[in-house]
Design a binder for this molecule. Structure first.
Ligand code: NAI
Length: 249
């Protein structure tokens, strides 16, 4: 699986899963645009990639801003001459609250970043890829995009939307040479899941069939496969990466 001559964009690439994906794409020869709201985290990922001999640039983006998202795509084209792979991965979680207690501001924020922003990213990427004659898109959904997780109603709803958008786009652009897939990780060891007590972490690990959470790289490996030519007949798929948790549902 090599990505020589490919340009890959990863949003939320300053974070756990996104940085692992960006580094993996770069290690396999892609020119990688690391896009994130957090400039410090994103620049650090770019430095790591460059130190390892890879090619990468940072673009500061707020994926909820349409103009900014369009500029991000233009940046890929201007800097590296195209955009072949897009990993739409930026996302946020919210505090655990019952449905009726979760405030509307939180609903709006989570739906904005996780769902509406994906509309903006997909549209901009699809416009480019249609004109260019093809591409591969991988969205980061979640196990919470397939089944509910208690106390996370806005997150669950937003990730179900990610799955819906993935399937809709996959159908509509298949004959344009554009494949659209999603990964649905279970619980992954990233900054997003870092604020657990040792006790909570132990209890969670105990519930996992593999006795532990996923590493970001274990998610990135599937992202890279879905983005690669080896996955040429994989379209509209939602790949579960949960160590078997959902097998017992
Ligand atoms: P993370 O918090 O480490 O990374 C998320 C990144 O997205 C951060 O660098 C953040 O700055 C960036 N971001 C947030 N809002 C943004 C915005 N408006 N514009 C641009 N960038 C923005 O989280 P993690 O765990 O790496 O999550 C990545 C994706 O994976 C998210 O979509 C998350 O919902 C999903 N996911 C995570 C799981 C986990 O257990 N960590 C499980 C399943 C899915």
């Amino acid at each position: 699986m090599m990505f020589s001559d490919k340009v890959a964009l990863v949003t939320g690439a300053g974070g756990g899963i996104g940085s692992a994906a960006a580094k993996l794409f770069a290690s396999k020869g892609a020119k990688v645009v690391v896009a994130d709201f957090n400039a410090e985290a994103g620049e650090a990922v770019v430095s790591e990639i460059r130190n390892d001999g890879g090619e990468s640039s940072f673009f500061r983006v707020d994926v909820t801003d349409e103009l900014n998202v369009n500029e991000m795509i233009s940046f890929c084209v201007e800097r590296y001459g195209g955009l072949h792979i897009a990993h739409n991965n930026a996302g946020i979680l919210h505090e655990a609250k019952r449905f009726h207690e979760l405030d509307l501001g939180t609903w709006d924020r989570v739906m904005n970043v996780n769902a509406r922003a994906l509309v903006l990213c997909l549209r901009a990427e699809l416009v480019h890829m249609l004109a260019a004659g093809g591409g591969a898109i991988v969205n980061t959904a979640s196990g919470a995009g397939i089944a509910a997780a208690p106390m996370l109603s806005a997150y669950v709803t937003s990730k179900h939307a990610v799955v819906g958008m993935t399937k809709s786009a996959a159908l509509e652009y298949a004959r344009d040479g554009i494949r659209v897939n999603a990964v649905a990780p279970g619980t992954v060891e990233t900054p997003m899941t870092a604020n657990m007590t040792a006790q909570q972490r132990d209890a969670l690990n105990e519930l996992m069939p593999l006795g532990r959470m996923a590493t970001p790289d274990e998610v990135a490996q599937v992202v890279a496969f879905l983005a690669s030519d080896e996955a040429s007949y994989v379209n509209g798929a939602v790949y579960t990466i949960d160590g078997g948790s959902s097998a017992s549902a």
